[in-house]
Design a protein around this ligand. Structure first.
Ligand SMILES: Nc1ncnc2c1ncn2[C@@H]1O[C@H](COP(=O)(O)OP(=O)(O)OP(=O)(O)O)[C@@H](O)[C@H]1O
Ligand SMILES: [Mg+2]
Length: 417
């Protein structure tokens, strides 16, 4: 590379797009409509940072998954004159004529972010990145005090982008908050109005609002409802469990056991990752004579069988698409009726990010990519065990509410003594 002088003209941007990125705050947290020019602005900003850097300085581009980082890498190469960069295709970085390097990484592997200190970072599609991504990015900017631009669609509330945007919006130091809606993008002249009208006609209202207007849906795709999840938070009970639900770890997940006392309050949560022999031992010690409903999907099958040889009251539960749907349906009712209670922590956090999706085959309940739902599953299993064991008790607690939930039971139900 023999470039010695280089004149950079910042590409034209509409005002909101420019202000969101090119401002003098260290952090910009930006909620943007789809197709509002988020990625274009990220590219312009990061390049402008890097071209002002020194030999050996590093700059970071993060996308939610590695293939998306590759797309950005290609867009950079296409957009810059060939004489000013050299690419390393295998490790996905660009070295600029001034000796600065821009790295492209996928948030699906947060560990890969550590290692270098970066002088500036972009997190594109930040609302689709795992929490660990932000932890990693933040720590690699400590030595340099480098600036960050993080942008994404609004996508529920269970992600670091949403939380940081709220902090920034609330005036946290060194931060600025920006919101770019489809209306701004139309006014800026980069999206035709007809495109937005078409999307509004085709998408469910809450989806359109999130994607195009950057407004979080009240409950988004959360089947429980945020206010219900909150209403069920209570102290950890110190009474003994009457049932235990156990979700076993398949591979990278956690094994979680949740105990419910006789009033359906969580009285114990055990969450661990251990090899199978220790997992079995730990569960056997924990469950003892308490009735337990244990995940027996896949690798769980022999575990449940072994537990049954030493414990008197263990039942297996096979997770399938439809059985999970049915199980989560039960939990939805318990939570919406505020029947179950749990302490703030892993259970309430997993409930908050839990989602449902409409698919061709029906509703699919799951945690978004990168999040766990083991504690939700364990709680749901415990609730099912409770209902299976104490059908009369549950009827006796609040018959009117049960009737409301299951109107088809109507006429056949006799209450009172
Ligand atoms: N300032 C601009 N001037 C002209 N065209 C622009 C500008 N900003 C963005 N565009 C064009 O708008 C389109 C969308 O831009 P971009 O991919 O950056 O949007 P995005 O918000 O990242 O979209 P997505 O929601 O797909 O991630 C692209 O075709 C891009 O070239
Ligand atoms: Mg984009």
């Amino acid at each position: 590379m023999t470039v010695t002088k280089f004149v950079f003209t910042r590409p034209w941007m509409y005002e909101k797009q420019r202000k969101a990125f090119f401002n003098n705050q260290r952090y910009s947290w930006i909620e943007g409509s789809t197709k509002s020019g988020k990625t274009v602005a990220c590219i312009a900003w990061l390049f402008e940072q890097a071209i002002q850097g020194k030999p050996g300085w590093n700059y970071l581009w993060i996308a939610p998954i590695y293939p998306q980082a590759k797309i950005a890498f290609r867009r950079f190469k296409r957009g810059l004159p060939d004489e000013i960069w050299k690419a390393n295709e295998a490790e996905l970085f660009l070295t600029l004529a001034n000796g600065a390097t821009i790295w492209f990484k996928g948030g699906d592997n947060p560990d890969s972010i550590y290692g270098e200190d970066y002088h500036a970072a972009v997190i594109d599609e930040a609302s689709r990145c795992k929490d660990e991504v932000w932890t990693a990015v933040r720590s690699t900017l400590t030595a340099t005090q480098g600036p960050v631009r993080a942008i994404g669609n609004v996508k529920g509330r269970g992600n670091f982008h949403y939380r940081m945007c709220r902090l920034a919006e609330g005036g946290a130091p060194n931060m600025s908050y920006h919101k770019i809606t489809a209306i701004d993008a139309v006014a800026g002249g980069i999206v035709p109005q007809e495109e937005i009208d078409d999307a509004r006609r085709q998408l469910p209202d809450h989806v359109f609002r999130e994607l195009y207007l950057a407004e979080p849906a009240e409950d988004g795709n959360n089947p429980f409802g945020f206010s219900n999840i909150k209403a069920c938070i209570g102290d950890m009970s110190d009474e003994p469990p009457v049932v235990i639900g156990v979700d076993l770890a398949e591979s990278v997940d956690w094994t979680v056991a949740v105990g419910l006392d006789r009033q359906m309050r969580v009285c114990g949560v055990d969450r661990f990752q251990l090899p199978w022999p220790q997992t079995k031992q730990r569960l056997a010690d924990l469950i003892r004579k308490t009735p337990a409903l244990v995940d027996q999907t896949g690798v769980g099958k022999p575990v449940v069988a072994d537990l049954q040889t030493v414990l008197s009251d263990v039942e297996g539960f096979q997770f399938t698409q439809s059985s999970k749907q049915e199980l989560m349906g039960l939990l939805v009712v318990e939570i919406q009726q505020h029947r179950v209670s749990y302490p703030e922590g892993v259970i309430s956090q997993e409930l908050e990010v839990f989602e449902y999706e409409h698919t061709r085959t029906g509703v699919r309940y799951t945690a978004p990519q990168g999040y766990h739902d083991d504690a939700v599953c364990a709680l749901a299993l415990a609730c099912k065990a409770y209902r299976d064991r104490f059908p009369l008790l549950s009827a006796a607690i609040a018959p009117a509410e049960i009737l409301r939930v299951s109107p088809w039971l109507g006429g056949n139900f006799e209450f009172g003594d």
